[in-house]
Design a binder for this molecule. Sequence first.
Ligand code: RRO
Length: 305
Amino acid sequence: MSRQSPVAGRQGLDLCAVALRGPVLNGSGTFDAIAARRAFGDALLERFPFDAFVSKTITLAPREGNPPPRLWETPAGLINSIGLPNKGLDGFLAGDLPQLAELPVPLVVSVMGFSRDELATLVERVGERDEVAMIELNVSCPNVETGLVMGADPAETAAAVERVRPLTAKPVIVKLTPNANEPAGVAEAAESAGADAVSLINTLKGMALHPGTRRPWLGGGTGGVSGPAVRAVALEQVHSVAGRVSIPVIGMGGIASGAHAAEFLAAGARCVAVGTESFRDPSAGRRIGAELTSLVGASLAFQDH
Ligand code: RRO
């Protein structure tokens, strides 16, 4: 693994040669920066909660997303079945990208294709844009009709990465699913195929029943579990993946404090991402970053990796 401290404090750090002021990202789809800018104005830019911003996943064609209800609260967590609503590639490039480019941190655009051809078009077109620092391949959404998760299979993941790798010089991050037999095997396949980093975990497949009818509560039938409920699972998977790849790992899953973030860094992550906690507190990323910085030097958790 590379020898840079994951918490570089005032000096910043880099992720795939992109300079970051700190190690805290958002999990894709968990912070709507455009809505937050409308609500908070330029104060959002002055006190932006993250050190890089990851967009909600986009697809080639626009999507409505899943029928409601889309959320269910579990003990210490959340089940979502959002179903990838988005404006599609053209709508994103014309409408959202110019606004996201105003954020004071590097921009990561998350993309998902229903085929390798679709993924290739997304990567090529997004990668052409100077505003975009990195591209995340979401091969792990649990909430699409096909039920097919590309990232559950090492060979499928490798084929997807091999297909897009020649199409962009931008760093490619592969977002891994915890719903795989062996996420570390998928991570290795992604690395061998040319991925620059991996991020994990996406949500764990789950479901909730309507308390009266005992039929599925969520409009999409099943959903993805996130939040503190999944943190121990995420920590183990980050540890296992980081032990098997030499590319950077972005760790996430139930991080709600600087101490949690420190655990993920100690487990081998270069960066961390905050997801569900941002729904409770939109400034959580900033708080967690500050807590992490105050822990630096006080803990053996911050070893170079
Ligand atoms: O939109 C969603 O339902 C969704 C996505 Br794309 C994802 O990657 N993970 C998730 O839990 N929900």
